[in-house]
Design a protein around this ligand. Structure first.
Ligand code: PPS
Length: 317
């Protein structure tokens, strides 16, 4: 535990212009030797956008809805977090060594920092787009690693991130909500700009097999979104299994499940008494935190940063 104490509240380190937790920045070098497999599925998100939720959904799909199998390990062991590194716990790369194929992988990295091996399939995919849809689907499953991206509206992400910065001790001191919001808008939080992240992965979906999902759609109709995921990964499940997955990936179930709620991590890394990892799990919670002035300033800045982008977010349901 002394190693963990040593690592508290480090400053962010910039890599290719992207601010990262110092340990995560250190993990990028070894990550260059990572070799993707064509049957890898990458779960990519900006932090606090529904990563754990979609990870549990995908693992339940991969285990054909067998909850006991999904209890085999905490979510961060079942779905290795590629750039994760912190004192006293296995790194993402270490976890990966024991992960059997087909693998689910997690990252929050912006494209500039994603290991090239995961994007190498791009050219191949561009060629495949010219084929008939059925050929395209069957070839795609065999030849390309795929990406499920989840995006969440920026206001809820900012609020969730501020709470997470406080409870997950590898982050720098977040400061007040007002100062954190300014840093979020300036892209000076861990992983950089939300605006750039959601945009560049959206653009990638034109040339790469990316299923681009929205947290708010998942809240609105989880069954519909899980069906999209099933189709994307080329699997089908009986209706009752699908309903079972919907039920066991609800916020209520995942909050009390030690294999999804991060309660198995040492308190020195995540202190749930400050703010639980499974905090509220709603769309529109930002309204309890943003002042009217903050909201106006945020909206004006948002218009500028998202100008010309076809992405459309719902910040309430
Ligand atoms: S992380 O640390 O970046 O990987 O966090 P991430 O998992 O992306 O996001 C955490 C937020 O997602 C909420 N969450 C859920 N919402 C609805 N349903 C389910 N099943 C679910 N699981 C996790 C979690 O509560 C965090 O959001 P907030 O707003 O803080 O509650």
């Amino acid at each position: 535990m002394e190693l963990i104490q040593d690592g508290l509240h480090q400053r962010l380190e910039y890599v290719k212009g992207v601010p990262l937790i110092k340990y995560f920045a250190e993990a990028l070098g070894p990550l260059e030797s990572f070799q993707a497999r064509p049957d890898d599925l990458l779960i990519s998100t900006y932090p606090k956008s529904g990563t754990t939720w979609v990870s549990q959904i995908l693992d339940m799909i991969y285990q054909n809805g067998d909850l006991d199998k999904c209890h085999r390990a905490p979510i961060f062991m079942r779905v290795p977090f590629l750039e994760f590194k912190a004192p006293g716990v296995p790194s993402g790369l270490e976890t990966l060594k024991d992960t059997p194929a087909p693998r689910l992988l997690k990252t929050h990295l912006p494209l500039a920092l994603v290991p090239q091996t995961l994007l190498d399939q791009k050219v191949k995919f561009q060629l495949l787009r010219r084929l008939r849809w059925e050929d395209h689907l069957s070839l795609r499953v065999q030849d390309c690693s795929e990406v499920v991206y989840v995006a969440r509206n920026a206001k809820d992400v900012a609020v969730s991130y501020h709470h997470f910065y406080q409870m997950a001790k590898v982050h720098p001191d977040p400061g007040t909500w007002d100062s954190f919001l300014e840093k979020f808008m300036a892209g000076e939080v861990c992983y950089g700009s939300w605006y750039q992240h959601v945009r560049e992965w959206w653009e990638l979906s034109c040339t790469h097999p990316v299923l681009y999902l929205f947290y708010e759609d998942m809240k609105e109709n989880p069954k519909r979104e899980i069906q999209k995921i099933l189709e994307f990964v080329g699997r089908s499940l009986p209706e009752d299994t699908l309903d079972f997955i919907v039920q066991h990936t609800s916020f209520k179930e995942m909050k009390k499940n030690p294999m999804t709620n991060y309660s198995t991590l040492p308190k020195e890394l995540m202190d749930h008494s400050i703010s639980p990892f499974m905090r509220k799990g709603t769309a529109g919670d930002w309204k309890t935190t943003f002042t009217v002035a903050q909201n106006e300033r945020f909206d004006a800045d948002y218009e500028e940063k998202m100008a010309g982008c076809s992405l459309s977010f719902r910040s309430q349901l």
